[in-house]
Design a protein around this ligand. Sequence first.
Ligand code: VG1
Ligand code: CO
Length: 543
Amino acid sequence: MSIHTVATKPFPGQRPGTSGLRKKVSVFQQPSYLENFVQSVFDTLGDCAGKTLVLGGDGRFHNREAVQTILRMAAAHGFAKVLVGQGGILSTPAVSCVIRKHGALGGLVLSASHNPGGPDGDFGIKYNIAAGGPAPEGVTEAIYHRTEDISRYRISDAPAIDIDRIGTATIEQMAVEVIDPVADYAELMQRLFDFDAIRALFGRGFSMCFDGMHAVSGPYAKAILEGMLGAPAGTVINGVPLEDFGGLHPDPNPVNAAQLIAIMAADDAPDFGAASDGDGDRNMIVGRRFDVTPSDSLAVLAANAAVAPGYRAGLKGIARSMPTSQAADRVAQALGIPCHEAPTGWKFFGTLLDAGMATLCGEESYGTGSDHVREKDGVWAVLFWLNLLAVSGKTVEQLLGEHWARFGRNYYSRHDYEGVDPKAANELMASLRIKLATLAGQDLGHYVVDFADDFSYTDPVDGSVATQQGIRIVMTNGSRIVFRLSGTGTEGATLRVYLERYEADPVYHHLPTQQALSALILIAEQVGGITGWTGRARPTVTT
Ligand code: VG1
Ligand code: CO
């Protein structure tokens, strides 16, 4: 066993996006591509002597090879220990949990999250800091700059470690501890939620379907729901992580989780349905023939947080991403706590959580979480809902109906235009920016523009500034249209158009969402010229 220094040349475009570096598997398979990025992370971290690193991924194609490479590089960089999930498996929230629990310096998450996997799919890597959350932009930019002038990386030539067996091995001077991917996480969940109440709920015959989407959440859901909480075997479907996610798109929304939606629409539908994404940080909540929007889910959990032992002391604040609906703001107001609005991407919540300014966080993209870790957390959200269902004895639909009656309803939808020509997408955004100054005060039919801007954010804790985080057109009645380009895609550009309309009157709380938003959809087309720029008459995905 010895350590080698290998000469390398920079690859262009190794800049992390909304959530890490994501590229086609074939890009990551180029010799030195992964090594360059990992070395750049390590160079940015500096001396790692005596430090612990956490390593795991969502099990997608290329996960195992990447784990072995990173282990050999970590040994060459002088880490004392790496905690690696058995089989190379750790969900994103579990990585966050393990980093925090074991006082690690940080972690590397191997995932392209909700993006499809397999040899023709996507791969990704993300660095998480000691607090457990995604590296803030200051760190990701430093890593990126390092990738631009890297000339060598260091790696041990040690043979591959058996990562399928729990136990400890060594590479050079470094200990490799293969850990149960679920244990630490399950223990944390047990402290946050009323497991007895949930067990009693299942004991009363309450039925549930959890769709693991052949991705990483399956083992967590099986161990906790079927193992610890007594849900019948078969409650978790598609629960074994597959390298290609069964050829499907592990994105828990009503379009991609079609199987779950069909199960929840059947005459013999279970009481409750849920799904999680590739790396286990997203969640979709479904009642019988009733989908819950992620923005509403955040608001309902915030309003009822006291049902869960971990949140009984009350919430310090709520934080949501800018495009997420303002349903949570109304709850925060009623609770007398602040509601923070940050840019898209969980990395922006870290400082607020660390500073004790927020307890719950959420994104419209099926992401919900809290200060228990520093990532959004799919299984956590499902357990929170189960806790609420168990304590209230109500159905999902009843809970939403009552929530809307109390706070009003924020109708919400996101229209995605995927695989658009990047030049056209950028021009669309540029032309909107030019229009911004003239929009305020305009009567657009049904709506008058209150203000329009390009969202920029100054972090209230560390003062860092993020600009160009989405163009928002806010109407005088609080309704909004937001335009943003995705930072997680690997093919062309994805335009996201977020639509929100507030409705106070319960008489109008049960309209089909697209119908309720039709006037705003028309305005978005008129103002943004979407069809003209993209050549698309309708979105590829509507959630
Ligand atoms: C998307 C979502 C964003 C989320 C991010 C990572 O980013 O909109 O809310 O935080 O994915 O989620 P973008 O830039 O494509 O809009 V995950 O579960 O893919 O790590
Ligand atoms: Co994810």
